[in-house]
Design a protein around this ligand. Structure first.
Ligand SMILES: Cc1cc2nc3c(=O)[nH]c(=O)nc-3n(C[C@H](O)[C@H](O)[C@H](O)COP(=O)(O)OP(=O)(O)OC[C@H]3O[C@@H](n4cnc5c(N)ncnc54)[C@H](O)[C@@H]3O)c2cc1C
Length: 357
């Protein structure tokens, strides 16, 4: 699951754990969180975004990057990834700062009314406004049904790669047949001591180019491919020594392994946002339709995560919500400012902000 090169080039990631200061913290870098950066930017509000995924785009980039979308206004057709890339281009003038591969975990209000958001990796962001654009929730890995796997999680079993160096000179078993599994095989093979890819059949959902590269490495004996299922793990005190494979013709056999990386897809869970003390309605956040504010002043919710009478879970609905939310957010960050309604076509002020005047 490595970021598309073009998108990666325009992602500014934050240095250090902070506390970072900004106007608005956006939880979720899906299409609605990204477009919120644009609408907030036109009103001079700076944004930091957090996403558990390692790249922006939410469902569009993760679930259907190559599927065509036909109902984005004035864009007759574009794929999920193209929409993400265009949004990234559109928000570039506002220099959003991304905190990727991190879960927004804790939200607290400081004495001066500032919101302090902390992620599961310890990043701290302080802002006047919080925008929850968490879609169907955070993407979490689907766990393989291997007995005793919990005992190795975090020490020998990893569902994501946060730092490649962690895997240097290790005996790796990577499980799965999609893009994530194949991408990490190709990225980690040069630095690992050994790499074994295990998949239940000799057909892969990953991009054909990645599959061809993997097969070339196997032919050159630089890695191993096993068509099998994982039936067990061996080791002690959380440290793996072997992974046991099973196949109906070959029976069971074990392969030395000190780190297992299963990539069996992702599922969505509301996660820590449920603990933020907001009213919830069937795991969705009720908002008003004037400001898209939650039950807590200063915390807004846009996109798939919110609910109100007549809500449609469409990207275009989230875009509209982002525009109205921004009008309310600017009044919190700059309570004394007179807000003028302006068109991008005719306002030199807006065009200056976009760098096109
Ligand atoms: C197969 C498919 C086809 C679709 N086709 C269309 C279509 O044609 N037209 C259309 O309008 N819509 C379509 N949709 C729906 C559309 O994708 C969603 O409406 C849209 O993605 C919602 O955007 P969002 O920004 O609200 O949330 P999402 O895209 O879900 O993004 C939310 C992001 O928040 C992150 N997140 C959540 N919680 C946390 C947390 N605590 N910490 C860190 N990160 C967190 C998630 O990881 C995710 O990346 C389709 C959906 C699917 C699955």
């Amino acid at each position: 699951m490595s970021p598309d090169a073009a998108t990666a080039a325009s992602i500014a990631t934050a240095e250090g754990a902070g506390p970072h200061q900004t106007d608005v913290t956006i939880i979720g870098a899906g299409p609605c969180g990204l477009f919120a950066v644009f609408e907030l930017g036109l009103l001079d509000l700076k944004c930091h975004l957090i996403d558990i995924l390692d790249r922006p785009g939410g469902q569009c980039a993760e679930l259907y990057p190559e599927k065509p979308i036909y109902d984005i206004p004035a864009v007759p057709v574009c794929t999920g990834q193209e929409l993400t890339d265009r949004l990234m281009e559109q928000i570039a003038p506002f220099s959003p700062v991304f905190h990727l591969s991190q879960m927004a975990e804790k939200l607290e209000k400081l004495e001066d009314g500032t919101w302090r958001l902390t992620t599961d990796t310890g990043t701290v962001i302080d802002s006047k406004v919080i925008v929850i654009a968490a879609g169907g929730g955070s993407f979490v890995p689907k766990k393989p049904p291997i007995p005793g796997i919990d005992a190795y999680e975090g020490t020998s079993v990893f569902y994501a790669v946060r730092k490649m160096e962690q895997f240097r000179d290790r005996k790796l078993v990577i499980a799965g047949g999609g893009d994530s599994a194949l991408d990490w095989v190709l990225n980690l093979q040069p630095l690992a001591e050994s790499v074994t890819l295990v998949h239940r059949r000799d057909e892969f959902r990953a991009a054909p180019d990645s599959v061809n590269k993997m097969r070339a490495l196997v032919a050159e004996k630089k890695m191993t491919l096993e068509i099998a299922q994982i039936s067990g793990l061996q080791g002690e005190n959380g440290q793996l020594t072997d992974v046991v494979f099973k196949d109906k013709d070959r029976g069971e056999w074990s392969v030395p392994c000190d780190m297992l990386l299963p990539f069996y897809g992702l599922t969505m869970k509301l996660g820590p946002v449920a603990e933020f003390g907001l009213n919830l309605e069937q795991n969705l956040i009720p908002v008003d339709t004037e400001r898209f504010e939650t039950s807590t002043p200063g915390i807004f919710a846009i996109g798939d995560i919110n609910t109100y009478p007549g809500k449609l879970k469409l990207i275009l609905s989230g875009f509209h919500e982002a525009a109205l939310m921004s009008q309310a957010a600017v009044r919190i960050v700059y309570p004394d400012r007179k807000i003028r309604f302006q068109y991008t076509t005719s306002s030199t002020d807006l065009q200056n902000k976009l760098g096109v005047a």
